[in-house]
Design a protein around this ligand. Structure first.
Ligand SMILES: Cc1cc2nc3c(=O)[nH]c(=O)nc-3n(C[C@H](O)[C@H](O)[C@H](O)COP(=O)(O)OP(=O)(O)OC[C@H]3O[C@@H](n4cnc5c(N)ncnc54)[C@H](O)[C@@H]3O)c2cc1C
Length: 385
């Protein structure tokens, strides 16, 4: 079996396919793993546990809290009793995943971009840019957001692709244990400040389009500009696909990770859903290849299983995303003000906040919404429906 792309999803899919007994080759177009970095590196505890890596040298910093800023600058703080998320070095994280994959028996070929894929009787022939051809009964496409080969194989595109932009800058951090979330910074999602120690941060945002332009404007805001201590030392740009297609399998092919838009619409985080779905992809692909039936019908077991595990969460996330982007600055100010004045809601957020499973928190928040939060409660109920 061939897996295209050695990002988190591809590595994990290859690891599980090899573990299930399939002879597995992982192809990566770049000559090094984990480059270029297109990530803020914020992973929730579930993502770390899903990675099966334990506590490695890729862990940089842990976070217990968040400070949410409304467009008018009203600050709302939450702090959980224990760490909820980590900043990781994504290059080291991706390398650690690949090392585990190789220990499971899979092979890796670097500098091996796949140019095209063709049908070949009961399987696929992959044409590399080098001229080499590789035959495989089943292919797992973990190409990331571009998803060129998966699209050619008939997998529909994501519902939308956000434009992400981020810089790493010397920065006066207010609280190294808290990430900052700035609502209304761009149409699309929000802006983030992820501390790296006390004097550096990754500052970025996702917008419906032209993330760079909105990021430049965000960096000029007084609240941010006054804390920047020097020039950026890194710039990351990339697309974030939201809203998975109606199916992610074709004859002889499974799409996973960003390639199948398995990304949380509430945060743009794709590592947790990608890892979770990749395990299912690796198992189903190995079983189907072993049975000699890699038809779309047989592989649709993957679609059924990943949707069972995560489909509802991503649907709720899409609804929340739509609600968030429809809110104007005044409404966002009102929501943050309302949350700040409701002690029970704040405690619920501190206790149940989970960046990987926002629906769990929403369900816990509902009972604490009083009559004054009537409209807010209506919005949340609509998202959870
Ligand atoms: C600015 C920004 C910030 C982000 N921050 C976070 C965050 O804090 N937390 C989080 O969870 N997620 C974050 N994300 C999203 C996260 O980076 C992705 O969801 C994640 O990397 C997807 O993993 P993947 O394995 O599906 O794809 P990728 O990591 O994109 O890996 C795909 C791999 O396939 C290779 N490839 C592509 N085509 C071919 C080909 N034809 N032949 C061979 N190889 C090929 C690529 O080189 C690449 O290595 C962020 C994204 C952006 C843009």
């Amino acid at each position: 079996m061939v897996v295209i792309g050695a990002g988190p999803a591809g590595s994990m899919a290859a690891k599980y396919a090899a573990r299930c007994g399939a002879s597995t080759l992982l192809l990566e177009e770049h000559r090094a793993i984990g480059w270029p970095v297109q990530c803020a590196g914020l992973l929730g505890c579930r993502a770390l546990s899903e990675s099966e890596l334990g506590h490695g040298s890729f862990l940089r910093q842990r976070f217990r809290g968040a400070a949410v800023y409304s467009p008018a600058g009203v600050r709302l703080e939450f702090k959980a009793a224990s760490p909820r998320a980590w900043a990781v070095d994504r290059s080291l994280f991706d390398r650690a995943l690949v090392e585990e994959t190789l220990s499971s028996g899979a092979e890796l070929r670097l500098g091996a971009p796949v140019r095209k894929m063709e049908e070949d009787g009961g399987g696929k022939v992959l044409h590399l840019y080098s001229g080499d051809r590789i035959r495989s009964r089943v292919v797992i496409s973990a190409e990331g957001v571009k998803a060129r080969l998966a699209r050619q194989a008939g997998i529909p595109p994501a519902q939308k692709i956000l434009s992400g932009a981020q810089v790493e800058v010397p920065f006066r951090v207010q609280d190294p244990e808290s990430v900052e979330v700035h609502l209304g910074a761009a149409p699309g999602l929000f802006a983030w400040v992820i501390p790296r120690g006390e004097d550096s941060a990754r500052i970025g945002l996702c917008a419906n389009e032209n993330g760079c332009r909105f990021l430049r404007a965000f960096l000029e805001k007084d609240l941010i500009r006054s804390r920047i201590l020097g020039s950026p030392v890194a710039v990351n740009l990339g697309g974030l696909p939201l809203g998975p297609p109606s199916f992610a399998v074709a004859n002889g092919l499974i799409a996973v990770g960003d390639c199948a838009a398995q990304v949380k619409p509430t945060s743009g985080g794709g590592v947790y859903p990608g890892l979770l779905c990749a395990k299912i992809a690796g198992k189903v692909a190995a079983a189907a290849a072993g049975e000699g039936d890699v038809s779309q019908e047989r592989l649709s077991e993957y679609d059924r299983l990943w949707r069972k595990a995560l489909g509802r969460e991503l649907e709720i996330g899409m609804r929340l995303n739509r609600i968030l982007i429809r809110m104007g600055p005044e409404e966002l100010d009102r929501v943050v003000g309302y949350l700040g004045g409701n002690e029970k809601l704040l405690r619920a957020i501190e206790e149940h906040g989970d960046i990987d499973r926002p629906s769990v928190l929403l369900a816990r928040m509902l009972p604490h919404l009083g009559l004054d939060g009537f409209r807010f409660a209506g919005l949340l109920r609509r998202a959870l429906r």
